[in-house]
Design a protein around this ligand. Structure first.
Ligand SMILES: [Zn+2]
Length: 203
């Protein structure tokens, strides 16, 4: 069997190309064997995890999950006060049995280092980056768009800020009219350095 493709970064920090089609072919060659319950709607855990888009923070990997075992809802920071995320939660609760919503924020989150103004200024300035440039008409589209940053306060350290954001989001969802009363909302802190996900007490 040929070796699996390796991903990495060169010394020049250029992303190495990954052949997704080939990877899928290799996956199929190894045998796609869904269980009957994998072909029905709704994961077997009845749990939604709200987490960051950070590619290091994949909840399926960290919780050792297979397909159809959790709903993953992701945005920058994994913040709950996001119209798109609330829309998804509304749909899930209307169409499926949701037993728990887990808010999972992680250590070393990039969202600690930006705010709305900073991101909007970058879009307006539109300097070329490694992703290229936006269309010249991009700026008006971001002006009404929040970036859901964490709020740095006083002399709190990074972990305290993240724990605060988890508590805020758990409380926000527990009191939100679009979250059904019987759905349990919990909060967790994900430590990228040691792999531990620990529960945050939100009375
Ligand atoms: Zn993050």
């Amino acid at each position: 069997m040929p070796a699996k493709q390796e991903l990495g970064r060169s010394a020049a920090e250029v992303a190495i190309t990954y052949d997704f089609v080939k990877a899928n072919e290799e996956y199929l060659n190894e045998g796609h064997k869904p269980e009957p319950s994998d072909l029905t709607r709704g994961p077997r855990s009845y749990t939604a995890v709200i987490t960051c888009i950070d590619s290091r923070a994949t909840p399926e990997h960290w919780y050792d999950l297979r397909p159809n075992e959790v709903w993953s809802l992701r945005n920058g920071g994994g913040r709950a006060n996001d119209p798109g995320l609330l829309r998804s939660l509304m749909i899930l609760q209307a169409t499926s049995e949701v037993k728990e919503i887990r808010v999972l924020h992680h250590k070393n989150c990039g969202s600690l280092y930006y705010n709305n103004q900073w991101v909007h200024d970058l879009v307006q300035k539109n300097s070329p980056s490694r992703s290229g440039q936006y269309s010249p008409s991009a700026y008006p589209h971001c002006q009404s768009m929040g970036t859901l940053p964490f709020i740095r306060r006083g002399d709190k350290d990074e972990k305290e800020i993240i724990i605060d954001s988890i508590k805020q989001d758990v409380e926000f969802l527990r009191s939100h009219p679009l979250v059904k009363e019987r759905v349990k909302v919990t909060g967790f802190y994900q430590d990228l350095s040691n792999g531990l996900i620990s529960e945050v007490d939100v009375p």
